[in-house]
Ligand binder design. Structure first.
Ligand code: ZN
Length: 205
């Protein structure tokens, strides 16, 4: 692309770094911003900068939060003894949207993937084990995608958690999942949490 302005070129280059945004889309977005009021663009820029600078990760569950301990972990309406283990914050949002789960979460921040060089130490697994080891947990529920990475992660976590006196269950898998939890419709996801099965039983099927 030949740009008439270096400023334009730089802005387009930054937008084009975003996932799923090509040069053409980036140019369209930048030109759109140019047509907005300066205040509007100011708000846009500051929302992005503030997000990056001020966001916190809950010290208990590792979910994205505005507070040191997130609203779910600090709520007395939530069953703190039941921990649902998910890959990232999108899964928390998807499960919260079902209104079917009253426990708490633990966000791993990814899945074990030897192919991509992601090992257990790259994820928030030690903090989960420490959380369970500190007592008070009755059940952990694996709500990870039905992919090779999801399976590997569950297998590893089960090994780390099975000697604690807790039940370990997994949401019904193998239903039309499409891999990613966030794409499952709310009714299916809600039902699969309600009808979760002990992890050991899920292996024999
Ligand atoms: Zn939390």
């Amino acid at each position: 692309m030949n740009f008439s302005s270096k400023l334009l070129e730089n802005a387009v280059a930054e937008f084009a770094k975003l996932p799923g945004v090509g040069q053409k889309t980036a140019l369209r977005l930048v030109l759109h911003l140019l047509n907005q009021d300066k205040e509007e663009v100011e708000r846009f820029g500051s929302a992005v900068t503030k997000l990056r600078n001020e966001i916190l990760y809950c010290s208990v569950c590792n979910n994205i939060s505005d507070h040191v301990v997130c609203e779910i972990c600090s709520s007395n309406k939530r069953d703190q003894a039941t921990i649902c283990i998910v890959e990232d914050t999108r899964d928390v949002m998807a499960i919260e949207n079902t209104n079917q789960f009253t426990g708490v979460y633990h966000v791993l921040g990814g899945l074990i993937s030897p192919m991509d060089g992601v090992g257990p130490a790259d994820l928030d697994i030690d903090s989960l084990v420490a959380r369970v080891a500190s007592g008070g947990t009755k059940e952990v529920i694996f709500a990870l995608s039905a992919t090779m990475e999801g399976d590997t992660t569950i297998f590893y976590l089960n090994k780390r958690l099975k000697d604690f006196n807790i039940s370990i269950s997994t949401i019904a898998r193998g239903i039309a999942f499409g891999g990613e939890l966030e794409y499952v419709d709310e009714i299916t996801l809600g039902r699969s949490i309600a009808t979760r099965v002990p992890y050991e039983n899920s292996l024999s099927r």
